[in-house]
Design a protein around this ligand. Structure first.
Ligand code: FVH
Length: 275
């Protein structure tokens, strides 16, 4: 197996695939790109990327294949006709999918002699290659050790275990946390807007510093058991949540924006009932 990975092929030129190609070009690699719909390579070509006319051709010219497509179904559809070409090569899948899909993809590809690494990108296209960006990887450690330095230009490489499903697992769980934060922020802004508050001032002077203060406490306190420690005073929190929900209703904020509050209230009431 080649270990230098100077020639990298990217399957998928959506927003993320283009950002990956750009970062890898910046790092001095030879980059070949393929996309189902032609004409998406744009300025990547002027910067030196080569365009392949099929997944097979892209896989053939590269010594490392990076896949970043919409979902697992598109990965399967793209790789199925090319799987013979992949045998003996190295493939990193950076497409989002479920834990089961990642495990099954790993089984299928390793069964065809592919050195496989599963990944989950903890970045958006605009932050690929910047300081905060990182990528979760899982499956065979030796494949990670060879690939990680090469893909470091996308973002810091972070291995999360031999189970090929773990990159997807931690990726999805982290996204769940992000969407929870987003839902809370959306509701907060909707409430301020509905009661005539200054949304921009609230955003900058109240919401941002408050969420920054609470983020480490919230992450540390997250608990899979759904119990609430007594020192969190669940009775007080249940009353507080009822107040927010009342205020939200009085302001006419749509009830579906407050789903996260009802989930927290359910948890606090359950803790009160259990005490
Ligand atoms: N963009 C983001 O912020 C997030 C950040 C975290 C990781 N995600 C995941 O990355 C995967 C790709 O996301 P994307 O942003 O590049 O997505 P799109 O811009 O919508 O591009 C989709 C590409 O997939 C191709 N494609 C779709 N269906 C098929 C198919 N059946 N066969 C072959 N290719 C297919 C599509 O091709 P085309 O429509 O241009 O022909 C694009 O190349 C994704 O898993 C995110 O969850 C991004």
């Amino acid at each position: 197996m080649k270990t230098q990975y100077e020639r990298i092929s990217i399957l998928g030129l959506g927003a993320m695939g283009r950002a990956l190609a750009s970062a890898l070009l910046d790092s001095g690699r030879e980059v070949t790109v393929w996309n189902r719909t032609p004409g998406k390579a744009g300025e990547l070509v002027t910067r030196g990327a080569r365009v392949a006319s099929s997944p097979e051709e892209a896989i053939h010219v590269g010594d490392l294949t990076v896949v970043c497509l919409l979902d697992d179904a598109s990965v399967r559809a793209t790789l199925a006709p090319a799987v013979r070409e992949l045998g003996g090569g190295t493939l990193v899948n950076l497409t989002s999918g479920s834990v089961r899909q990642a495990r099954e993809l790993a089984r299928w590809l390793t069964g065809h002699g592919v050195h496989f690494l599963a990944g989950g990108i903890m970045a958006v296209p605009a932050t690929v290659g910047t300081q905060g960006a990182f990528v979760l990887y899982s499956s065979a450690r030796d494949v990670f050790d060879r690939v990680a330095p090469v893909l470091g230009s996308i973002g810091r490489s972070h291995w999360v275990g031999e189970d090929p499903g773990f990159a997807a697992l931690y990726d999805m769980a982290a996204l769940s946390g992000m969407y929870g934060l987003g839902a809370g922020a959306d509701h907060a802004v909707a409430l301020v807007h509905a009661e005539g508050g200054d949304v921009e001032t609230f955003r900058q002077e109240v919401l941002q510093p408050w969420m920054e203060q609470m983020l480490p406490i919230t992450v540390a306190g997250a608990d899979a058991s759904e119990t609430v420690p007594d020192e969190y005073n669940p009775a007080m929190q249940a009353t507080g949540l009822e107040n927010i929900l009342s205020a939200s209703g009085e302001a006419g904020v749509p009830a579906h924006l407050a789903g996260h509050l009802r989930a927290s209230l359910w948890r606090m009431r359950r803790a009160v009932d259990a005490s």
